[in-house]
Design a protein around this ligand. Structure first.
Ligand SMILES: C[S@@+](CC[C@H](N)C(=O)[O-])C[C@H]1O[C@@H](n2cnc3c(N)ncnc32)[C@H](O)[C@@H]1O
Length: 318
């Protein structure tokens, strides 16, 4: 039998269209990064993880491998492992042999991709109870009551926390702290660290153009969700490190002056004008530990790689 998957949010197409139109009409046009993930976007992200320039996935995976015993000691066995933005669930699967979760709960907005990943995972690990949750957790994390309340371990890898501003990140982590319904709850989180601009620029603007395709695919998603008429050939990918803000920025830039139309609206863009599609904040170890503590977590243990490019932290709900 395939593993259970519950779709928590009822995507209200009108609300989504309003949000997208508002973003396109804003003085600085922007679309939330969650819209990068339709079925093709999720596959393109998997391809990004294979790129030589994209160090985060392989560096984080190596940190998990090298410190599995210490992570298991900090987090304990038999937890309710809640994987936020699980994607292909590959990182959680690495943890299973050491953590032996009592229940595995992958959560993702990209539901069809999650369903396929879970089907394969349940075959590999038939003894682990799995419950997939399709939800957009950017506004509020809503978990169905079938998710066990005891010993919740939130797993938030891939430095996805960097998509929030630091203030939003504290609020989100605080909501995870609140969802640790017992004092034995915790968080295992991957965080990308500040490093040379050249390394960061290359990671988000690779030579093969896969990140460009991932970013441009958002326009195809908008065409479907909003009934818009974006022509991908009119747009180019921009991805670079903004050192002042300590963040990667991704944008889509108009190659020429043009007008985009959708059901009920339109906007003209000048040549060079951009739509902001993603931020990815980079932290120092000290700044991120301080953020965890502000959010109500403590007893932080941190593991990094030799180059100090990436960090995995375990923190207890205190
Ligand atoms: C950068 S990928 C990370 C995937 C995987 N956890 C990893 O570390 O390789 C972000 C994942 O989070 C999901 N996601 C993004 N925004 C989301 C949201 N607001 N609610 C739920 N899932 C979201 C995406 O569909 C995607 O699978």
């Amino acid at each position: 039998m395939p593993p259970a998957l519950i779709q928590v949010f009822q995507s209200n197409p009108d609300a989504i269209r309003d949000e997208l139109a508002q973003g396109l009409l804003a003085s600085v046009p922007c679309i939330a990064p969650k819209y990068l993930y339709d079925p093709l976007g999720s596959k393109l992200f998997e391809a990004i993880c294979e790129l030589p320039e994209y160090y985060p996935t392989r560096t984080e995976a190596a940190i998990l491998d090298a410190n599995l015993a210490a992570i298991a000691e900090a987090a304990g066995e038999g937890t309710t492992l809640i994987d936020l933005g699980a994607g292909n669930c590959a990182k959680a699967a690495k943890l299973f042999p050491a953590l032996r979760p009592r229940q595995y709960v992958p959560v993702d907005i990209s539901i069809e991709f999650l369903r396929e990943a879970m089907d394969a995972l349940q075959k590999r690990f038939p003894g682990i109870a799995m419950l997939g949750v399709g939800v957009d957790f950017s506004n509020a994390l809503v978990l169905p009551q079938q998710v066990a309340r005891e010993r919740r371990l939130f797993f938030y890898p891939g430095s996805s926390i960097g998509n929030f501003t630091p203030e939003q990140a504290v609020a989100f982590l605080h909501s995870l702290r609140a969802a640790c319904t017992s004092a034995d709850g915790g968080l295992l989180i991957g965080v990308d660290l500040v490093k040379d601009k050249d390394v960061l620029d290359a990671a988000y603007d690779d030579s093969l153009g896969v990140t460009a395709a991932f970013n441009l695919n958002l326009l195809l998603h908008l065409n479907r969700l909003l009934g818009a008429d974006f022509n991908l050939r009119d747009w180019k990918h921009r991805g670079f490190y903004n050192e002042t803000q300590s963040r990667i920025e991704m944008h889509l830039e108009a190659r020429r002056s043009l007008t985009v139309r959708w059901q009920g609206g339109q906007r003209s863009f000048k040549e060079g004008e951009r739509i902001h599609t993603e931020n990815s904040y980079k932290y120092t170890k000290a700044a991120f530990v301080a953020l965890l503590e502000r959010a109500g977590f403590g007893n932080v243990r941190a593991w990094t790689d030799e180059r100090q490019w990436f960090m995995v932290c375990h923190a207890q709900a205190i």
